[in-house]
Design a protein around this ligand. Structure first.
Ligand code: CU
Ligand code: ZN
Length: 187
């Protein structure tokens, strides 16, 4: 009787283990097939009359999306840095990228402002050194790779002037000196 009981116990354990393995495989597949990218990149090209160029990467992290920007050819100081509604850099002045990415219809503000007081695309300023190079790293909890806040296919714009983080609707950041389109990147 004990023997039979032990055989049943062993069988149950094997079934539970198999179930766990199948479950884990299933979860891994579900993650992969959800369709949402986990990395994106924008290559920024100068608008007419400028030399500003660079690369901005976007990566999914636990608290949102990590943005890393390396831009060069800037005048020293702060420059407005935003995600714009359209991934269209065809216009010589970058105006084809439209206004700030603002799916929630909120006012312009700082990236650190409350959710209802900034555009999704408001990434603040990027600061260039004397050599014209700027590096920025931030994690933004509102950016996403799917759903209404998805930045995939949107534009990235660097401006001639500083974003004052208050003036509506653009932060008075002046003309557009570089434009890029956010595309899906290799994981
Ligand atoms: Cu802008
Ligand atoms: Zn804005």
């Amino acid at each position: 009787m004990d023997k039979i009981y032990n055989i049943i116990k062993a069988s149950v354990l094997v079934l539970v283990a198999a179930g766990l393995i199948i479950g884990v495989q299933h979860a891994a597949q579900a993650g992969k097939s959800s369709g949402a990218p986990v990395a994106a990149v924008a290559v920024l090209h100068p608008t007419a009359g400028n030399q500003v160029h660079g690369v901005v990467t976007f990566a999914k992290v636990r608290d949102g999306v990590k943005v890393v920007a390396d831009i060069e050819g800037l005048s020293p100081g702060e420059h407005g840095f935003h995600i714009h509604e359209l991934g269209d850099c065809t216009a010589f002045d970058g105006n084809s990228a439209g206004g700030h990415f603002n799916p929630d219809g909120t006012p312009h503000g700082a990236p650190t402002a409350a959710t209802n007081n900034r555009h999704i695309g408001d990434l603040g300023n990027i600061t260039a050194h004397k050599n014209g190079k700027a590096h920025l790293e931030l994690v933004d909890s509102l950016l996403a790779f799917d759903g209404p806040h998805s930045v995939i296919g949107r534009g990235v714009i660097v401006h001639a002037d500083k974003d004052d983080l208050a003036s509506q609707p653009t932060g008075a950041a002046g003309s557009r000196v570089a434009c890029g389109v956010i595309g899906i990147a290799k994981e």
